[in-house]
Design a protein around this ligand. Structure first.
Ligand SMILES: [Fe+2]
Length: 138
């Protein structure tokens, strides 16, 4: 079973959503690789790609939060830092292929999916309310 971006994950109908779709697609490559072949190098490269894209994406989100003067930015940023730390730990310890495969789905669902549904959705509600208030003014 792979991951799927669904409408209830919608954040901005823009770059953030595009990033989330890309993260899910990289994660799915790892999961499909798991089913077909077990090539350690390719697997590690894909997980590294996911890690790099997560970092790049978090920076984009934080930049957006700053521009919007998002009141929960600090706590959201801390959650990003914790995910990066956990990913570092995972990568540093990712020696054993079977272990990686067992943990990967669980980790993606925690680091990507849960984060979107909890923290990023808070940002989405804040942005939508801001747009609504702005439209009301005119
Ligand atoms: Fe986030």
């Amino acid at each position: 079973m792979t991951f799927k971006w669904t409408k209830d994950m919608r954040i901005d109908d823009g770059q953030i959503d595009a990033d989330h779709k890309k993260l899910i697609s990289i994660a799915n490559k790892v999961l499909t690789l798991e089913q077909s072949s077990k090539r350690a190098d390719e697997l590690k490269q894909l997980i590294q790609d996911l890690y790099e894209y997560v970092k790049y994406h978090f920076a984009r989100e934080e930049d957006l939060m700053q521009k919007l003067e998002y009141p929960d930015m600090k706590s959201h940023q801390t959650k990003h830092e914790n995910i990066i730390l956990a990913m570092n730990l995972f990568l540093a310890n990712a020696q054993n292929m079977d272990e990686i495969l067992v943990n990967f789905r669980k980790l993606v669902s925690k680091w990507v999916i849960d984060h979107i549904m909890d923290e990023d959705k808070k940002l989405q509600r804040f942005m939508d309310a801001k747009v609504k208030a702005f439209l009301k003014k005119d």
